[in-house]
Design a protein around this ligand. Structure first.
Ligand SMILES: O=P(O)(O)OC[C@H]1O[C@H](OP(=O)(O)OP(=O)(O)O)[C@H](O)[C@@H]1O
Ligand code: HPA
Ligand SMILES: [Mg+2]
Length: 165
């Protein structure tokens, strides 16, 4: 489980995730009226649902990318479905007025690719690591590069042996 990339664990409960998603929404709820949310699947689906509910946004698009296989190993970045031209053209083009939501930025490779498609969009994540941070406009919590974030949908309740005994 421990490797050079991530020897610390940052487990996030459903409660914490929900609180962080609401905190992100507060930061995004200023004067700007978002025309649409683009969520980066699959990790962006859950935060996007919460943010969309809080901001009253019903225009929601996906961009489907995959890169991490076998957990923690990043492979080739694959775009399985790009964002539609209709969404790119909103607000005058290049994604202006569009809010991109993902669960986190790590190396920033995913964010860089999405930004090429939507250069004027606002990129928001719940969590960030130092390498990806320059690519995000708004985020809630930063963890170190060698930390692995465990999302609630990837975990379950397990018995913990007593500390003594
Ligand atoms: O900054 P990066 O190093 O590119 O990593 C961040 C991306 O990695 C994860 O997605 P993943 O490709 O594992 O797919 P998933 O969302 O379907 O889990 C995460 O949800 C981000 O989208
Ligand atoms: O720290 C992480 N946790 C879960 N998925 C990820 N994908 C890239 N980095 C991470
Ligand atoms: Mg993802």
């Amino acid at each position: 489980m421990v490797d050079a990339r991530s020897d610390k664990a940052f487990p996030v409960s459903w409660d914490q995730f929900h609180r962080d998603a609401r905190a992100l929404t507060w930061r995004l709820s200023g004067d700007q009226k978002w025309q649409a949310i683009v969520c980066v699947t699959r990790g962006g689906l859950v935060p996007a649902a919460i943010v969309a509910r809080e901001l009253g946004i019903r225009m929601i698009e996906t961009i489907c990318v995959a890169s991490y296989q076998n957990y923690k190993e990043q492979g080739e970045l694959k775009v399985l479905k790009p964002v539609s031209q209709e969404i790119v053209d909103l607000g005058g083009g290049e994604g202006a007025g569009v809010l991109v939501i993902d669960d986190l930025v790590d190396t920033g490779r995913t964010a860089r690719l999405v930004r090429e498609m939507l250069p004027k969009a606002h990129y928001a994540t719940l969590y960030s690591k130092p390498m990806g941070r320059p690519l995000v406009d708004t985020f809630i919590t930063e963890v170190s590069q060698d930390t692995w974030i465990y999302f609630p949908w990837d975990m379950g309740l397990t018995f913990q042996p007593p500390i003594v005994g």
